[in-house]
Design a binder for this molecule. Sequence first.
Ligand SMILES: *Cc1c(COP(=O)(O)O)cnc(C)c1O
Length: 382
Amino acid sequence: MNEPSGFVEKVYVTKPVLPPFAEFQKHMKDLWQSRILTNHGPWNQKLEAEVKNFLQAPHVSIFNNGTTALLAAIKCLELTGEVITTPFTFSGTVHSLQWQNIKPVFVDIDPCSLNMDPQQIEDKVTEKTSGILAVHTFGLPCDVEAIGQIAQRRSLKLIYDAAHAFGSQIKGQPISDHGDISMLSFHATKLFHTIEGGALISKNPTMKSKIDLLRNFGIDQEDSVVSLGINGKLSEIHALMGCLNLQSLSLEKDKRRKIKERYLGRLKLIDGIETLTQDNSNESSQQYFAIRVNKDFGASRDQLYGFLRSKNVHARRYFNPLCSEIKIYKDIKHRFPQAEKAAKEVLVLPFFGELSIESVDRICDMIFWFRNSHIYSKSVEL
Ligand SMILES: *Cc1c(COP(=O)(O)O)cnc(C)c1O
């Protein structure tokens, strides 16, 4: 095989879906008329109802981003002291604890799911521990049974960062059925987005009211501020974007399913490339397509990353550095061998509905060619 040529334009890991411009514009005209631009207006109410319906969620509170939503979830559950979490996540997960003077206590991950290893949680529980903040990394569900049992046994609150898991299901049940609160992110890089945005899914009306108060400065009625709060409100323009994007979500997921199938078929023929497996009884969010580059590949993940970049393929090394490697969280006493290995091996490939099957093939050809040429040049060196 000749060396595959690179893409003329940069190919990123995602490309946000947008609604037809004319449709967006039409509704924007109405906003110019109504002048209701925020404060939980009609588009926010519609989005909240539609997301609730789409996810079969008991209660949904829409936020201006996932991180503010997570801050509110932590306040709502009155977490303090220490919270057990994973080092293999986006820094925002862990910052939301530290921002409220809560110490994140890391546990290592399970090498298959890349999620928090439940077996290691209980060893980290101290009298200061108030909760668990688990992440459904890349949309693969955590071991919700095991984690839920530990939370119950040790009287800990349980939050799931479900930023990657919009629409994920576990054995036909919505993933947000688990834990006290689940957080969603509607950032432009996420499968479903409002450009910036997020949400909390809660279990009962009392909790939902508490969250909604936290979202709006603790303002109950016009002249009464009843509790602490923050500004977590999403603008009406962003909520409109969300309502329109929700309409094309199933189509986008179908396209991504086909792309994933193609990747899986092609990549399984390349030694040293592992794909992350999902239990067939679970519905995937189709958020990311991640691979692991193991020692059989002959070249390192970083070498492959550099090669792809030279071909204009902008794969991402999520989650490197680990949160436990970030200066403010680093504690050299603790090592996380599985997370450290994953941070060196995982590569997220371009994955979005507009990516053509030909492009998928070209990316796979690049990986295949790079492996073979690398191995060949090594044997020549010997
Ligand atoms: C995107 C993301 C967040 C943060 O969400 P924002 O909406 O960008 O604030 C938190 N956790 C994880 C795992 C994420 O991927």
